[in-house]
Design a protein around this ligand. Structure first.
Ligand SMILES: Nc1ncnc2c1ncn2[C@@H]1O[C@H](COP(=O)(O)OP(=O)(O)OP(=O)(O)O)[C@@H](O)[C@H]1O
Ligand SMILES: [Mg+2]
Length: 287
């Protein structure tokens, strides 16, 4: 089995401030440019573990996830970055971090735009929705799509919020067949054919495939987890959980997506709640 490629950061080019974890665009010694998620970010190592397991599983199931690599990082390559908050993240990120191939010229997908920026078939939408439900990725909504358009096709990015169960292993067994809220999924408006995706993909999510994928996570990101003696034990826990979840897909298959009217009403309710929580002198400020 071959692991993820390991490359070394040469230059820190710029922070991506639209991302909550402030990823950075980094040049590396393989002549590559990667969007790097740092171990020193507030989201922590588990977000990187989720990026590897979910991203690599997705690619093996045929979903368009850009290439992932491990990036050796020495904060000295970012000495010219002036923002002290970014410097704090980088100083805590010596060692291996997660890189995703930077897609030059790609732009964020806007799910509600008419006409759509790219053609998305019900089959493709169904696969993405099914996959997100499998891995508990609630961070691909109409509000936060985490989809990019590149060379006329959708690309899946940002899987750091998936695998919610690994934030509390003691409750993981109860979550095996849990249904996650998918009604506002970014591709819910593209007539996702979820049953077809389930029939095609569920049988592919075998323990062997999952073992291959969790084997790509560096030991250092799995160290010191309460309840586990070794990284290998923890890997087996991911395999067991995801294999069991795939086998029980009938219990969590997403069904029913919000239409434009429902999305607009939900948005209005959210805005009203935000405004209601503000002091009178701030009520007129939108957003
Ligand atoms: N591979 C890529 N190529 C080009 N641009 C990218 C790539 N990955 C991310 N970006 C850009 O950076 C932004 C932030 O990336 P991402 O969503 O992965 O970060 P994050 O910190 O996990 O964000 P979030 O706030 O959603 O948690 C994306 O919306 C996109 O515009
Ligand atoms: Mg994001």
């Amino acid at each position: 089995m071959t692991g993820l490629a390991e490359v070394t950061a040469l230059h820190y080019l710029t922070p991506l401030r639209t991302g909550g974890s402030v990823p950075g665009v980094v040049e590396t010694d393989d002549l590559g440019t990667y969007v790097v998620k740092f171990t020193g970010a507030a989201q922590g190592r588990k977000a990187l573990v989720a990026e590897v397991i979910v991203g690599e599983l997705g690619r093996r199931l045929g979903l368009p996830v850009p290439e992932l690599v491990l990036v050796r990082f020495d904060p000295r390559v970012a000495e010219e970055e002036p923002d002290p908050e970014v410097q704090d993240i980088l100083r805590g990120s010596t060692g291996l971090n997660l890189g995703m191939d930077f897609l030059p010229g790609a732009h964020d997908f806007a799910p509600l735009r008419q006409p759509p920026q790219v053609a998305v078939t019900p089959a493709e939408a169904g696969r993405v929705v099914w996959f997100d439900a499998l891995v508990g990725n609630v961070d691909r909504t109409v509000h936060s799509p985490n989809l990019m358009v590149w060379h006329g096709r959708l690309r899946l990015i940002d899987h750091g919020a998936a695998l919610i169960f690994h934030h509390r292993w003691s409750g993981a067994d109860e979550a095996v067949a849990r249904r996650y809220p998918m009604t506002e999924h970014a591709l819910g408006g593209f007539a996702p054919d979820v049953p077809a995706a389930d029939a095609a993909l569920a049988p592919l999510v075998t323990a062997a495939l999952l073992r291959e994928v969790v084997g790509l996570v560096p030991d250092a990101w799995l160290a010191d987890e309460p309840g586990f003696d070794t990284p290998e034990q923890q890997r087996e826990a991911y395999v067991a959980h995801l294999a069991a979840r795939a086998a029980r897909s009938a219990e969590w298959l997403p069904e029913g997506f919000a239409d434009a009217g429902e999305l607009a009403r939900a948005e209005a309710a959210r805005t009203a709640a935000t405004l209601a929580g503000r002091p009178a002198w701030l009520q007129h400020v939108r957003g």
